[in-house]
Structure formats: C-alpha cells, structure tokens
Design a protein around this ligand. Structure first.
Ligand code: MN
Length: 509
C-alpha cells in the first residue's frame, strides 16, 4: 500500500490515512479468500488502487477501487461502506458491483454491453475507470483462469468492449496494455512471433536510437528549447500486428515501430523543434502529421514526423507539450483529475466527454463538465451543438444502438471549409453531411458542391483533407433520396424536418 500512497495525487496525510484504512477494511473483509493464482485476494484490489492512483484519480476513486469487490464477495454492506468512507465511495462501489453482474454473451450482444457500460458512466465517469483498472488486473492474471473457453471469452470481451472504450476515452496507457493482454490470450502463437521480432529489432536499433536522442538533445539545447522529457518507445505488439495487416504484411512499410517522444513546454516549441529535426535528418516524405492543428477524434494531439538515421533505421518522432502528453496517456482521466485539482484552466470540453455525451445526454448536465458553451473555439462549439442534437434525438433503444454501431466503429475524416475551418465527419460522409454539419440552412438551400475546386455530386464521398464549398440557391430544396446516402444523424434529422415541413406536417419516415 506504500506504493499506492506514494502515487496518490494528493499529498495530504488525511487522504493517505483514509487509503490505508480502506486497505485494512478490505483485507479484513476478504479474509482468507484467495485469487485463482493462489495469492491472497487483497493483491487484486491493491493492484487496482495502484493503477487508479497512477492515473491521477482522486482519493474516493482509489478507495472505491480498493473496496470494489467487497459488496459482491464479502458480508460487507453498502451501509458499512458509507459509514466508514462516505456517500461517494458507496455510490462508486455499488455502481461497479452492478456492472460486474452483467454477463458477456458473445459478439452479437456486445453492443448491448457497451451501452450498459456507457450508461453506467452517466452519473459518474469514475465508475468506468475503476472497471477498466479492474479488467486490467484480471487480464494480467488471466493465465490462472480455467478452462480455456472461459479465458477466451474474457479476452474477447476485453478486446471488443473494454479496449474500444479505453481508446475512445483516450486512456492510451490502459488501452494498449489491455489490447496486448487480450491478443496474447486469443492468439498466443502470433503474439509470441511478433513479440520476439520486436525484441530482436529493438536490440538491433538501440544504438541508432540512442544516438538520435543524444543528437536531438544537443541541437535543441543549442536552440534554447527546454526538453521536459525525451524517451523512446517500441510499438506495442497488437498495434504492430494491426499496422502490419494494414500495410499488406510489408514490414518495410511500417515506419513507426520505434518512436522518440519529445516533451517541450509550448506548442510553438513543438513546431520549432520539428524544423530542427528536419534539418538534422532526412524526413520521410508524407509522414509529417499535425495532430495539433487537427486533433484525432479521441482528443489525441501531437506532431509526428519520421526520420531515417544514417544506420537506416526509421524512427517516428512525436512532439508534444506536457498537457498533450498527459491527455495522450490518461485521456478523460486527466480531465477528471485536473477538474478536481482545479489546476487546469477551463477550456475546451475534452473530445472524449463530448463523444460520450452523444450516448449519455445527462452527462452534459453533470457539474463536472462545463456545458455553457461559452469561451469555446468555434470548432468545439459546432461539435457541441451536433452532439447535443444527436443526443436529444436518441430516444429508443434501437436508435441508440444504431447510432452506437455507426459511430463507435466508424473512423472519422477531417475536411475543411474554404476558410480553413475543420469539420469532423464519419468516413463515407457526403457534401450533404458537410453542409448540415455547418448549418441546417446551408443544407436546406444547397444545389451543388465544389470539392478541391471541382464540382462534385452531392452524393459523392468526401476524403480526408478535402476542401468543400457548398453552392446554394434560394429555391433549392432537400431531396428525399439524400436520406439514403447521408452518414450523420444530424443531416438525417434536418432533411426529415425539411421534408416534413414541405409535406405540410405529414411525417416522413
Ligand atoms: Mn475485481
């Protein structure tokens, strides 16, 4: 428990004391109960508490992590917990307990599991973070689960339900660990093969990477750019496997097996450092990716470039500020933590929360999130508007599931207005989706579209990076056929509205 206390965000002696008290309470409650590994049960809650403390979660969450199995597995009652640790801890433990009663029944039902998990976060996102930490330790000790069918079922559920959630919430550290553990369980041979390959390649590349790090340090210091942190990382086994598949199994085409992460103070320094890097090594053409200007959907921000060292090793360099780094690793967890610490200036609503709110309108009403929409960038305000609308439109279970399927698994593209504003749409979106994403009036009066300066059919498919200009005419009207091609629920909703009005109130289905 010392390690947990040391990892706590809060340095207060009172918080440390409460965490230790929770540990003693859980130890007593679980008594002589053992894990399947044969270890005393308490190692499990202790591991979860450590994960939560390292994610920067607050005291109540860490305590709830320690107590998370007491209601289910021991005579402890919710009242006992409230008496000892207060209402919040009781609520968190009860919510986690309810979730663990759900049984995963295979792929066809997994959308339902996702939904329930997400709904469980409606009152408090901390519930799902405890659940993810719980799953991580269960996966770390999955080798002790028998028989193999049960092991595979748990690993499958991890891959299909928990990994996407961790990813969408931007909790990179949990996502990659969960993913590798599930992959190892489901495809042990393939996992082993790739793990060995990565290990051998890392050994071969070590000299070149260390040299690059040293050179970079020297040049940045000379340019008076303060390095807050610099380290290298090897791609995780599962993400390497996915990348390899995407590149048609051509290992030569995987450029980000090795990466150097460089943390600097400001955004401006990220770009300056990028220039210095390109002066030092030959960058691989087409590999500069500016996720600071256009963040990924889960909120990930960084600038990437790939260099080739004199030893012919390709290294991806990832440049970011401390805040971007925290967000990349901890995602939504960092926002909760910083809201409570009040150390974070109020600014854009994190993408992860916006995304969640699509499915859980009530999230927007919780105090933890600033929903005033004031002081937000125009792009964020638009996001916000679209999401709130979409959330309001989800009434039935069916509509909800459909939207979840479309959105959860769909990749997004970024396209631009002629003025350079970024519009974020699902893959397969049309100029119609684009127009309605900007304003319903624009969609209702559109007669044509120019994409990258050329006329495109309204029902054509947009690509990442397209510049889209909508041509309008006063007398233009939405067409019923558009309903079949649009991808966003917002466009569908507005088209139906416009058709309804024209039909004189006759509902259009
Ligand atoms: Mn557990």
């Amino acid at each position: 428990m010392d390690e947990v206390v040391k990892a706590l965000r809060s340095a207060s002696a009172k918080d440390a004391e409460a965490v230790r008290r929770a540990y003693d309470f859980a130890q007593k409650a679980h008594g002589t109960e053992l894990r399947k590994s044969g270890e005393p049960y308490i190692v499990h809650p202790e591991a979860i508490a450590l994960t939560l403390a390292r994610l920067g979660m607050d005291r109540d969450t860490v305590i709830a992590g320690i107590l998370h199995d007491t209601i289910e597995d021991t005579p402890t009652t919710p009242d006992d917990i409230e008496r000892e640790f207060g209402k919040t801890v009781r609520f968190l433990v009860e919510s986690v307990t309810k979730l663990s009663k759900l049984k995963y029944r295979g792929l066809e039902r997994h959308v339902e599991s996702l939904r329930r998990l997400l709904v469980a976060t409606a009152n408090d996102i901390r519930v799902i973070i405890i659940k993810l930490a719980d799953r991580l330790h269960n996966m770390e000790t999955i080798e002790f689960v028998e028989p193999v069918e049960k092991r595979n079922r748990i690993a499958m559920e991890t891959m299909e339900v928990y990994v996407p959630i961790a990813g969408r919430l931007g909790i990179g550290v949990l996502k990659s660990q969960l993913e590798d553990l599930a992959f190892k369980t489901l495809e042990p041979e393939r996992f082993q093969k790739i793990a060995v390959y990565l290990k051998n390649e890392s050994e071969k590349a070590k000299g070149a990477i260390d040299e690059a790090v040293e050179n970079l340090k020297k040049e940045l210091t000379a340019a008076r750019i303060k390095i807050l942190d610099i380290h290298s990382r090897v791609k995780s086994v599962h993400s390497f496997a996915m990348k390899l598949e995407k590149k048609g199994n051509d290992i030569e085409k995987v450029y980000d097996t090795f990466a150097i992460r460089l943390i600097v103070k400001t955004e401006e320094e990220c770009y300056r450092a990028l220039g210095i890097i390109h002066g030092l090594w030959r960058p691989v053409p087409g590999r500069v990716k500016d996720y600071i200007a256009s963040a990924k959907t889960n909120g990930y921000r960084s600038v990437h470039t790939t260099i080739i060292t004199p030893q012919k090793v390709a290294i991806e360099v990832q440049l970011r500020t401390e805040e971007m780094n925290r967000e990349a690793q901890f995602g939504i967890a960092s926002h909760i933590a910083y809201k409570q610490g009040a150390a974070r200036p109020p600014h854009d609503i994190p993408h992860s929360i916006l995304w969640l709110s699509r499915f859980i309108p009530s999230l927007m009403k919780t105090k933890r999130v600033d929903t005033s929409g004031q002081g937000l960038s125009p792009a964020t305000t638009r996001w916000f508007k679209e999401l709130t609308e979409a959330a309001e439109n989800f009434q039935g279970q069916e509509a909800f599931q459909q939207a979840l399927k479309e959105d959860f698994f769909a990749e997004r593209i970024f396209v631009f207005t002629p003025k350079g504003d970024v519009i974020d749409l699902p893959v397969g979106s049309t100029p119609i989706d684009f127009a309605y994403a900007i304003h319903s009036d624009l969609g209702d009066s559109m007669m044509g579209a120019k994409v990258n300066g050329k006329i495109m059919q309204l029902t054509g498919t947009l690509k990442n990076g397209d510049v889209v200009e909508i041509l309008t005419k006063k007398s233009a009207r939405p067409n019923r056929k558009w309903l079949e091609v649009v991808k966003t629920s917002s466009a569908k909703h507005h088209i139906r509205d416009a058709l309804n009005k024209r039909a004189g109130g006759q509902p259009v289905r």
